[in-house]
Design a protein around this ligand. Structure first.
Ligand code: PSV
Ligand code: MN
Ligand code: MN
Length: 431
Protein backbone atom coordinates (compact mmCIF):
# COMPACT_ATOMS: atom_id res chain seq x y z
CA UNK A 1 0.00 0.00 0.00
CA UNK A 2 1.04 3.53 -0.78
CA UNK A 3 2.09 5.82 2.10
CA UNK A 4 -0.02 8.95 1.59
CA UNK A 5 1.32 11.87 3.65
CA UNK A 6 -2.06 13.54 4.29
CA UNK A 7 -4.77 12.00 6.42
CA UNK A 8 -7.18 10.37 3.94
CA UNK A 9 -10.13 11.12 6.22
CA UNK A 10 -9.56 14.85 5.90
CA UNK A 11 -9.76 14.49 2.12
CA UNK A 12 -12.87 12.29 2.37
CA UNK A 13 -14.60 14.86 4.61
CA UNK A 14 -13.58 17.63 2.24
CA UNK A 15 -14.90 15.68 -0.77
CA UNK A 16 -18.17 14.88 0.97
CA UNK A 17 -18.79 18.63 1.34
CA UNK A 18 -18.29 19.15 -2.41
CA UNK A 19 -19.66 15.97 -3.97
CA UNK A 20 -23.24 17.13 -4.63
CA UNK A 21 -22.02 20.29 -6.40
CA UNK A 22 -19.44 18.36 -8.46
CA UNK A 23 -22.02 15.80 -9.54
CA UNK A 24 -24.53 18.47 -10.52
CA UNK A 25 -21.94 20.48 -12.48
CA UNK A 26 -20.64 17.33 -14.14
CA UNK A 27 -24.16 16.32 -15.21
CA UNK A 28 -24.78 19.81 -16.63
CA UNK A 29 -21.53 19.71 -18.58
CA UNK A 30 -22.28 16.16 -19.79
CA UNK A 31 -25.62 17.40 -21.18
CA UNK A 32 -23.98 20.42 -22.85
CA UNK A 33 -21.31 18.23 -24.50
CA UNK A 34 -23.84 15.57 -25.51
CA UNK A 35 -25.64 18.24 -27.57
CA UNK A 36 -22.53 18.52 -29.77
CA UNK A 37 -21.95 14.77 -29.86
CA UNK A 38 -19.20 14.52 -27.23
CA UNK A 39 -19.27 11.74 -24.65
CA UNK A 40 -18.00 13.28 -21.43
CA UNK A 41 -16.91 9.95 -19.94
CA UNK A 42 -14.55 9.34 -22.87
CA UNK A 43 -12.97 12.76 -22.33
CA UNK A 44 -12.73 12.11 -18.59
CA UNK A 45 -10.88 8.84 -19.29
CA UNK A 46 -8.28 10.73 -21.39
CA UNK A 47 -7.91 13.35 -18.67
CA UNK A 48 -7.48 10.60 -16.07
CA UNK A 49 -4.49 9.19 -18.00
CA UNK A 50 -2.71 12.57 -18.20
CA UNK A 51 0.48 13.16 -16.18
CA UNK A 52 2.87 16.06 -15.70
CA UNK A 53 6.03 15.69 -13.60
CA UNK A 54 6.98 17.90 -10.67
CA UNK A 55 10.55 19.16 -10.44
CA UNK A 56 11.86 18.13 -7.02
CA UNK A 57 13.32 21.63 -6.58
CA UNK A 58 9.96 23.27 -7.33
CA UNK A 59 8.59 22.09 -3.98
CA UNK A 60 10.74 24.66 -2.15
CA UNK A 61 10.56 28.44 -2.60
CA UNK A 62 12.49 29.78 -5.56
CA UNK A 63 13.81 33.28 -5.72
CA UNK A 64 15.27 35.87 -7.99
CA UNK A 65 18.78 37.21 -8.26
CA UNK A 66 17.64 39.95 -5.87
CA UNK A 67 16.45 37.78 -3.05
CA UNK A 68 14.56 34.83 -1.70
CA UNK A 69 11.77 34.64 0.81
CA UNK A 70 11.77 31.18 2.37
CA UNK A 71 8.62 30.00 4.17
CA UNK A 72 8.32 28.00 7.38
CA UNK A 73 7.77 24.28 6.79
CA UNK A 74 9.11 24.13 3.26
CA UNK A 75 11.18 21.05 2.39
CA UNK A 76 14.88 21.23 3.19
CA UNK A 77 16.25 17.97 1.76
CA UNK A 78 15.47 15.41 -0.90
CA UNK A 79 13.31 13.22 1.40
CA UNK A 80 11.17 16.20 2.37
CA UNK A 81 10.94 17.29 -1.26
CA UNK A 82 9.69 13.81 -2.20
CA UNK A 83 7.14 13.93 0.61
CA UNK A 84 5.80 17.24 -0.68
CA UNK A 85 5.62 15.80 -4.20
CA UNK A 86 3.53 12.99 -2.70
CA UNK A 87 1.25 15.55 -1.02
CA UNK A 88 0.66 17.30 -4.35
CA UNK A 89 0.02 13.98 -6.08
CA UNK A 90 -2.31 12.80 -3.31
CA UNK A 91 -4.49 15.88 -3.86
CA UNK A 92 -4.42 16.31 -7.65
CA UNK A 93 -3.57 12.80 -9.03
CA UNK A 94 -1.96 14.09 -12.23
CA UNK A 95 1.61 14.48 -10.91
CA UNK A 96 2.97 10.97 -10.19
CA UNK A 97 6.40 11.71 -11.73
CA UNK A 98 9.29 13.56 -10.09
CA UNK A 99 12.08 15.13 -12.10
CA UNK A 100 15.39 15.30 -10.26
CA UNK A 101 18.28 17.74 -10.52
CA UNK A 102 21.85 16.81 -9.65
CA UNK A 103 23.70 17.66 -7.50
CA UNK A 104 20.73 19.47 -5.90
CA UNK A 105 19.07 16.13 -5.08
CA UNK A 106 22.31 14.51 -4.05
CA UNK A 107 21.95 11.14 -2.45
CA UNK A 108 24.46 8.49 -1.52
CA UNK A 109 21.84 5.83 -2.14
CA UNK A 110 19.72 6.27 -5.29
CA UNK A 111 18.24 2.77 -4.93
CA UNK A 112 16.87 3.70 -1.50
CA UNK A 113 15.60 6.98 -2.94
CA UNK A 114 13.73 5.02 -5.61
CA UNK A 115 12.19 2.76 -2.96
CA UNK A 116 11.16 5.79 -0.94
CA UNK A 117 9.52 7.38 -4.02
CA UNK A 118 7.73 4.16 -4.93
CA UNK A 119 6.42 3.74 -1.40
CA UNK A 120 4.90 7.22 -1.80
CA UNK A 121 3.27 6.26 -5.12
CA UNK A 122 5.79 8.26 -7.19
CA UNK A 123 8.27 7.44 -9.95
CA UNK A 124 11.25 9.31 -11.32
CA UNK A 125 10.93 11.19 -14.57
CA UNK A 126 13.79 12.89 -16.44
CA UNK A 127 17.08 13.56 -14.64
CA UNK A 128 18.39 17.13 -15.02
CA UNK A 129 22.12 17.79 -15.05
CA UNK A 130 23.60 21.00 -13.73
CA UNK A 131 26.64 22.56 -15.33
CA UNK A 132 25.43 26.13 -14.93
CA UNK A 133 26.77 26.54 -11.38
CA UNK A 134 30.12 25.74 -9.81
CA UNK A 135 29.80 23.31 -6.92
CA UNK A 136 31.97 23.50 -3.79
CA UNK A 137 35.21 21.60 -4.26
CA UNK A 138 34.80 21.19 -8.01
CA UNK A 139 38.12 21.19 -9.92
CA UNK A 140 37.15 23.26 -12.98
CA UNK A 141 34.92 26.31 -13.37
CA UNK A 142 31.91 26.74 -15.64
CA UNK A 143 32.33 30.49 -15.60
CA UNK A 144 33.21 30.48 -19.31
CA UNK A 145 31.02 27.56 -20.31
CA UNK A 146 30.59 23.85 -19.72
CA UNK A 147 29.89 21.51 -22.64
CA UNK A 148 30.98 24.26 -25.06
CA UNK A 149 33.81 25.75 -22.99
CA UNK A 150 37.07 26.63 -24.69
CA UNK A 151 38.85 24.85 -21.81
CA UNK A 152 38.98 21.12 -22.44
CA UNK A 153 39.10 20.36 -18.70
CA UNK A 154 35.80 22.17 -18.11
CA UNK A 155 34.21 20.27 -20.98
CA UNK A 156 35.47 16.95 -19.65
CA UNK A 157 34.15 17.69 -16.20
CA UNK A 158 30.74 18.63 -17.64
CA UNK A 159 30.63 15.44 -19.73
CA UNK A 160 31.55 13.33 -16.69
CA UNK A 161 28.81 15.01 -14.62
CA UNK A 162 26.18 14.25 -17.27
CA UNK A 163 27.32 10.62 -17.42
CA UNK A 164 27.09 10.47 -13.60
CA UNK A 165 23.52 11.77 -13.90
CA UNK A 166 22.71 8.94 -16.31
CA UNK A 167 24.19 6.42 -13.86
CA UNK A 168 22.13 7.80 -10.96
CA UNK A 169 19.07 7.98 -13.21
CA UNK A 170 19.40 4.30 -14.11
CA UNK A 171 19.18 3.43 -10.42
CA UNK A 172 16.20 5.76 -9.99
CA UNK A 173 14.33 4.17 -12.91
CA UNK A 174 14.45 7.35 -15.05
CA UNK A 175 14.36 7.12 -18.83
CA UNK A 176 15.62 10.53 -19.91
CA UNK A 177 18.38 13.04 -19.31
CA UNK A 178 17.48 16.72 -19.71
CA UNK A 179 20.42 18.92 -20.58
CA UNK A 180 20.17 22.66 -20.23
CA UNK A 181 23.45 24.58 -20.24
CA UNK A 182 23.97 28.19 -19.29
CA UNK A 183 26.76 28.43 -21.88
CA UNK A 184 26.91 31.61 -23.91
CA UNK A 185 28.53 35.03 -24.01
CA UNK A 186 28.02 38.52 -22.64
CA UNK A 187 30.11 40.40 -25.22
CA UNK A 188 30.21 40.49 -29.00
CA UNK A 189 33.44 38.83 -30.06
CA UNK A 190 33.80 36.87 -26.80
CA UNK A 191 33.53 33.50 -28.54
CA UNK A 192 33.01 32.13 -32.03
CA UNK A 193 29.34 31.07 -32.30
CA UNK A 194 30.36 28.27 -34.58
CA UNK A 195 33.31 26.88 -32.62
CA UNK A 196 31.26 26.98 -29.40
CA UNK A 197 28.47 24.98 -31.06
CA UNK A 198 30.99 22.48 -32.48
CA UNK A 199 32.49 21.95 -29.03
CA UNK A 200 28.99 21.56 -27.57
CA UNK A 201 28.21 18.89 -30.16
CA UNK A 202 31.46 17.00 -29.50
CA UNK A 203 30.79 17.00 -25.75
CA UNK A 204 27.15 16.03 -26.21
CA UNK A 205 28.12 13.14 -28.47
CA UNK A 206 30.18 11.71 -25.59
CA UNK A 207 27.12 11.95 -23.30
CA UNK A 208 24.84 10.53 -25.97
CA UNK A 209 27.15 7.53 -26.31
CA UNK A 210 26.58 6.75 -22.62
CA UNK A 211 22.76 6.78 -22.92
CA UNK A 212 21.05 3.42 -22.42
CA UNK A 213 19.18 2.26 -25.52
CA UNK A 214 15.75 2.99 -24.02
CA UNK A 215 16.65 6.50 -22.85
CA UNK A 216 16.16 9.90 -24.47
CA UNK A 217 18.40 12.95 -24.26
CA UNK A 218 16.23 16.06 -24.04
CA UNK A 219 17.97 19.24 -25.13
CA UNK A 220 16.60 22.47 -23.69
CA UNK A 221 17.18 25.74 -25.56
CA UNK A 222 17.05 29.21 -24.05
CA UNK A 223 17.79 32.48 -25.78
CA UNK A 224 19.16 34.43 -22.82
CA UNK A 225 20.16 34.22 -19.16
CA UNK A 226 22.57 33.72 -17.53
CA UNK A 227 24.38 34.71 -20.74
CA UNK A 228 22.94 37.95 -22.12
CA UNK A 229 24.55 38.48 -25.53
CA UNK A 230 24.31 34.97 -27.00
CA UNK A 231 23.61 31.46 -25.85
CA UNK A 232 24.98 28.32 -27.45
CA UNK A 233 21.60 26.57 -27.77
CA UNK A 234 19.61 29.73 -28.33
CA UNK A 235 16.43 28.60 -30.01
CA UNK A 236 14.57 25.67 -31.49
CA UNK A 237 16.53 25.92 -34.75
CA UNK A 238 19.87 25.36 -33.06
CA UNK A 239 18.25 22.81 -30.76
CA UNK A 240 16.99 20.85 -33.76
CA UNK A 241 20.42 21.02 -35.41
CA UNK A 242 21.93 19.54 -32.26
CA UNK A 243 19.25 16.84 -31.91
CA UNK A 244 19.65 15.86 -35.56
CA UNK A 245 23.42 15.73 -35.28
CA UNK A 246 23.31 13.54 -32.17
CA UNK A 247 20.82 10.92 -33.33
CA UNK A 248 17.38 9.39 -32.84
CA UNK A 249 17.51 9.39 -29.04
CA UNK A 250 18.11 13.16 -28.91
CA UNK A 251 14.98 15.33 -28.85
CA UNK A 252 14.17 19.00 -28.34
CA UNK A 253 12.63 20.20 -25.09
CA UNK A 254 10.49 23.33 -25.16
CA UNK A 255 10.40 25.46 -22.01
CA UNK A 256 7.62 28.02 -22.39
CA UNK A 257 9.76 30.83 -20.96
CA UNK A 258 12.77 30.29 -23.19
CA UNK A 259 11.68 32.15 -26.31
CA UNK A 260 11.89 35.74 -27.43
CA UNK A 261 8.70 37.66 -26.60
CA UNK A 262 5.71 36.90 -28.83
CA UNK A 263 7.28 33.86 -30.47
CA UNK A 264 4.60 31.44 -31.68
CA UNK A 265 5.35 28.49 -29.42
CA UNK A 266 2.40 26.42 -30.65
CA UNK A 267 3.84 26.55 -34.15
CA UNK A 268 7.20 25.34 -32.83
CA UNK A 269 5.37 22.40 -31.23
CA UNK A 270 3.79 21.49 -34.54
CA UNK A 271 7.06 21.76 -36.48
CA UNK A 272 9.12 19.75 -33.99
CA UNK A 273 6.48 17.05 -33.93
CA UNK A 274 6.49 17.03 -37.74
CA UNK A 275 10.09 15.78 -37.67
CA UNK A 276 9.70 13.45 -34.67
CA UNK A 277 11.86 15.65 -32.45
CA UNK A 278 9.37 16.97 -29.89
CA UNK A 279 10.93 15.61 -26.70
CA UNK A 280 9.06 17.42 -24.00
CA UNK A 281 7.88 20.51 -22.23
CA UNK A 282 8.66 22.64 -19.26
CA UNK A 283 5.43 24.39 -18.33
CA UNK A 284 5.40 27.84 -16.77
CA UNK A 285 4.12 31.26 -17.74
CA UNK A 286 5.68 34.62 -18.35
CA UNK A 287 5.03 38.22 -19.23
CA UNK A 288 8.55 39.31 -20.14
CA UNK A 289 11.07 36.47 -20.42
CA UNK A 290 11.96 33.40 -18.41
CA UNK A 291 9.76 34.64 -15.58
CA UNK A 292 8.93 31.13 -14.33
CA UNK A 293 5.46 32.23 -13.22
CA UNK A 294 2.78 29.61 -12.64
CA UNK A 295 1.55 27.81 -15.75
CA UNK A 296 -1.62 29.42 -17.07
CA UNK A 297 -1.38 32.40 -14.70
CA UNK A 298 -0.75 34.99 -17.42
CA UNK A 299 -1.82 33.48 -20.73
CA UNK A 300 -4.07 30.43 -20.37
CA UNK A 301 -5.11 30.82 -24.01
CA UNK A 302 -1.56 30.17 -25.21
CA UNK A 303 -1.47 27.06 -23.04
CA UNK A 304 -4.67 25.90 -24.73
CA UNK A 305 -3.25 26.55 -28.20
CA UNK A 306 -0.17 24.51 -27.32
CA UNK A 307 -2.32 21.63 -26.12
CA UNK A 308 -4.40 21.96 -29.25
CA UNK A 309 -1.24 21.16 -31.26
CA UNK A 310 -0.28 18.38 -28.84
CA UNK A 311 -3.69 16.72 -29.13
CA UNK A 312 -3.51 16.98 -32.92
CA UNK A 313 -0.02 15.44 -32.86
CA UNK A 314 -1.21 12.58 -30.68
CA UNK A 315 -4.16 11.86 -32.98
CA UNK A 316 -1.81 11.74 -35.97
CA UNK A 317 0.58 9.20 -34.45
CA UNK A 318 -0.72 7.87 -31.12
CA UNK A 319 1.94 5.17 -30.75
CA UNK A 320 4.96 7.41 -31.17
CA UNK A 321 3.58 10.35 -29.18
CA UNK A 322 5.18 10.49 -25.72
CA UNK A 323 6.58 13.93 -24.86
CA UNK A 324 7.89 14.37 -21.31
CA UNK A 325 5.86 17.01 -19.45
CA UNK A 326 7.23 18.85 -16.44
CA UNK A 327 6.20 21.93 -14.45
CA UNK A 328 9.18 24.33 -14.30
CA UNK A 329 8.27 27.29 -12.13
CA UNK A 330 9.90 29.44 -9.49
CA UNK A 331 7.57 30.02 -6.55
CA UNK A 332 8.62 33.27 -4.98
CA UNK A 333 5.43 34.47 -3.31
CA UNK A 334 3.24 31.41 -2.80
CA UNK A 335 3.42 28.13 -0.94
CA UNK A 336 5.10 25.97 -3.62
CA UNK A 337 2.69 23.05 -3.07
CA UNK A 338 -0.29 25.36 -3.62
CA UNK A 339 1.27 26.79 -6.79
CA UNK A 340 2.04 23.31 -8.13
CA UNK A 341 -1.58 22.27 -7.49
CA UNK A 342 -2.93 25.34 -9.22
CA UNK A 343 -0.51 24.97 -12.17
CA UNK A 344 -1.33 21.27 -12.55
CA UNK A 345 -5.01 22.23 -12.70
CA UNK A 346 -4.35 24.89 -15.36
CA UNK A 347 -2.35 22.40 -17.44
CA UNK A 348 -4.86 19.59 -17.24
CA UNK A 349 -7.74 22.03 -17.98
CA UNK A 350 -5.89 23.25 -21.10
CA UNK A 351 -5.51 19.61 -22.16
CA UNK A 352 -9.20 18.87 -21.49
CA UNK A 353 -10.30 21.90 -23.53
CA UNK A 354 -8.05 20.83 -26.41
CA UNK A 355 -9.71 17.40 -26.34
CA UNK A 356 -13.06 19.13 -26.92
CA UNK A 357 -12.08 20.76 -30.22
CA UNK A 358 -14.30 19.53 -33.05
CA UNK A 359 -11.47 18.35 -35.32
CA UNK A 360 -13.70 17.22 -38.16
CA UNK A 361 -15.30 20.67 -38.37
CA UNK A 362 -11.91 22.37 -38.00
CA UNK A 363 -10.47 20.39 -40.91
CA UNK A 364 -13.46 21.21 -43.12
CA UNK A 365 -13.26 24.94 -42.29
CA UNK A 366 -9.55 24.92 -43.05
CA UNK A 367 -10.08 23.23 -46.38
CA UNK A 368 -12.81 25.62 -47.44
CA UNK A 369 -10.84 28.62 -46.15
CA UNK A 370 -13.62 29.55 -43.77
CA UNK A 371 -11.28 31.53 -41.59
CA UNK A 372 -13.75 32.76 -39.03
CA UNK A 373 -15.43 29.40 -38.49
CA UNK A 374 -12.01 27.71 -38.10
CA UNK A 375 -11.16 30.25 -35.42
CA UNK A 376 -14.58 29.92 -33.79
CA UNK A 377 -14.20 26.13 -33.68
CA UNK A 378 -11.11 26.53 -31.53
CA UNK A 379 -12.65 29.31 -29.47
CA UNK A 380 -15.77 27.26 -28.76
CA UNK A 381 -13.65 24.61 -27.04
CA UNK A 382 -11.60 27.21 -25.19
CA UNK A 383 -14.78 28.82 -23.83
CA UNK A 384 -16.02 25.63 -22.18
CA UNK A 385 -15.54 25.52 -18.41
CA UNK A 386 -14.01 22.06 -18.01
CA UNK A 387 -13.43 22.34 -14.27
CA UNK A 388 -16.32 19.96 -13.32
CA UNK A 389 -14.87 17.31 -15.66
CA UNK A 390 -11.36 17.72 -14.28
CA UNK A 391 -12.63 17.75 -10.69
CA UNK A 392 -14.64 14.58 -11.25
CA UNK A 393 -11.63 12.80 -12.80
CA UNK A 394 -9.50 13.87 -9.84
CA UNK A 395 -12.01 12.78 -7.18
CA UNK A 396 -12.62 9.46 -8.96
CA UNK A 397 -8.84 8.86 -8.81
CA UNK A 398 -8.80 9.54 -5.06
CA UNK A 399 -7.80 13.22 -5.15
CA UNK A 400 -9.46 16.27 -3.62
CA UNK A 401 -12.43 18.21 -4.99
CA UNK A 402 -10.59 21.50 -4.38
CA UNK A 403 -6.90 20.61 -3.90
CA UNK A 404 -5.66 23.94 -2.55
CA UNK A 405 -8.55 24.21 -0.08
CA UNK A 406 -8.02 20.62 1.04
CA UNK A 407 -4.30 21.25 1.56
CA UNK A 408 -5.10 24.23 3.76
CA UNK A 409 -7.73 22.25 5.68
CA UNK A 410 -5.16 19.53 6.33
CA UNK A 411 -2.84 21.97 8.14
CA UNK A 412 0.15 20.35 6.37
CA UNK A 413 2.42 23.36 6.10
CA UNK A 414 1.79 24.47 9.70
CA UNK A 415 2.60 20.99 10.99
CA UNK A 416 5.80 20.88 8.93
CA UNK A 417 6.82 24.33 10.16
CA UNK A 418 7.24 22.84 13.60
CA UNK A 419 9.28 19.87 12.31
CA UNK A 420 11.46 20.94 9.41
CA UNK A 421 14.79 22.69 9.71
CA UNK A 422 13.76 25.51 7.39
CA UNK A 423 15.84 28.65 6.93
CA UNK A 424 13.05 30.55 8.67
CA UNK A 425 13.30 28.35 11.76
CA UNK A 426 17.09 28.64 11.73
CA UNK A 427 16.96 32.43 11.44
CA UNK A 428 14.44 32.59 14.30
CA UNK A 429 16.75 30.47 16.49
CA UNK A 430 14.04 27.77 16.84
CA UNK A 431 16.51 25.10 15.71
C1 PSV B 1 16.61 27.17 -16.99
O1 PSV B 1 16.03 28.42 -17.04
C2 PSV B 1 15.63 26.12 -16.57
O2 PSV B 1 14.40 26.32 -17.20
C3 PSV B 1 16.16 24.73 -16.81
O3 PSV B 1 15.12 23.84 -17.10
C4 PSV B 1 16.76 24.36 -15.52
O4 PSV B 1 16.98 23.04 -15.36
C5 PSV B 1 15.69 24.93 -14.59
O5 PSV B 1 15.41 26.19 -15.19
C6 PSV B 1 16.09 25.10 -13.18
O6 PSV B 1 17.17 25.97 -13.05
MN1 MN C 1 13.25 24.60 -17.96
MN1 MN D 1 13.90 28.42 -17.46
Amino acid sequence: TIKRPLNEEIIATHNAKHSAAIDADYAALAAKLARVGINIDAVKAKVASFAVAIPSWGTATGGTRFGRFPIPGEPTNVQERLTDCAVVQQLCRVTPGVSTHFPWDNTSDPAAMREEAESLGLYFDAVNSNTFQDQPGQAETYKFGSLSAAAKASREQAIAHNIDCIEIGKKLGSKALTVWVGDGTNFPGQQSFRDSFDRYLDSSAAIYAALPSDWLMLIEHKFFEPAFYSTVIADWGVNLMAANALGAKARCLVDLGHHAPNVNVEQIVSMLDRVGKLGGFHFNDSKYGDDDLDAGAINPHRLFLIFNELVEAELRAPKEFAPAYMIDESHNLTDPAESLLSAAEAIVCAYARALLVDRVALKAHRESNDVLMAFKTLRAAYNIDVSPLVAKARVDAGGAADPVAALRESGWRKAKAAERKSEVNKAAGII
